[in-house]
Design a binder for this molecule. Structure first.
Ligand code: IPE
Length: 260
């Protein structure tokens, strides 16, 4: 079994001012996913379909009693993330992939931004029946009454499913080749790290992303290090490079960072 996350920055224009699909990338990524005969769980980020609303309405921060504004923010974030999921599933189906969109906010609960309830038996059943379940980053209920709802990132879903289903591979498709010593967009001497462990020291600004409410690359590394602690390694790859997803599904070596 493979769990693959496609970052929101790969399938949407993440810094756009309104939800915007990156059609070219989405189409190519979906076409490359045809090349696996293993069980596949797909998780996608929300990109500009989620972060814009989550940021604007400060989903996950302390809420005033009956704040209609916040309720609207959560509702809009959910609706928008679900729209993206529909678009992704439709595209996958065009490539004869039996994609089933599964809405995280309908059955997963957080407490203080961390998953506390997640009955994944439905995902397992779909998988066993030959479907490709497709989950995504979402705004979900939070049992802390001060915030009432919080953001569930695709990386948190990966970590939870990775720990519990123990897949053969956990892959994160991002918009960079992996984790660098420094921010590669700013420093020419930034080097790609082939392996990251809990002892790797990274410069804090190497992972900053202003449009991201779930911690950018830093948030990912932390979730993946937690997963590695439980004995499940993962790999960050560049999903924007044509052929990368297909190659990784076919066990070919590509530029990447392994978290172990
Ligand atoms: C974010 O999910 C969810 C929302 C903002 C609603 P992710 O953190 O997994 O999304 P990307 O990959 O950064 O876009």
């Amino acid at each position: 079994m493979i769990i693959l996350k496609i970052g929101g920055s790969a399938i949407t224009k993440k810094n756009a001012i309104k939800p915007t699909i990156d059609h070219e990338n989405l189409d190519r990524i979906c076409s490359e996913l045809q090349y696996t005969n293993q069980q596949l769980i797909l998780i996608h980020g929300a990109g500009s379909y989620g972060h814009i609303y989550a940021k604007q309405y400060e989903v996950g921060s302390k809420i005033e009693t009956n704040s209609k504004e916040r309720l609207m923010g959560v509702a809009k974030t959910q609706n928008s993330a679900q729209k993206l999921n529909n678009i992704v599933c439709e595209k996958l189906q065009e490539y004869q992939i039996p994609a089933i969109g599964i809405q995280p906010s309908a059955f997963i609960r957080n407490k203080n931004g961390k998953i506390i309830k997640f009955d994944y038996s439905i995902i397992k059943q779909y998988l066993d029946d030959g479907f490709v379940p497709v989950l995504y980053g979402d705004a979900i209920l939070d049992e802390n009454n001060d915030i009432k709802s919080s953001i569930l990132s695709g990386d948190q879903i990966i970590k939870y499913l990775g720990e519990n289903l123990r897949p053969e591979k956990v892959i994160l498709g991002s918009d960079v080749d992996g984790i660098y010593t420094k921010n590669p967009n700013e420093y020419d001497d930034a080097e790609l790290l082939e392996v990251v462990t809990k002892d790797t020291i990274l410069e804090s600004d190497s992972t900053h992303d202003a449009a991201d409410v779930t911690g950018g690359m830093n948030g990912k590394i932390n979730e993946l290090l937690e997963l590695a602690k439980k004995g499940v390694c993962s790999q960050i790859i560049n999903a924007e490079k044509p052929g990368n997803i297909r190659n990784i599904l076919e066990n070919k070596k590509i530029k990447s960072t392994i978290i172990k």
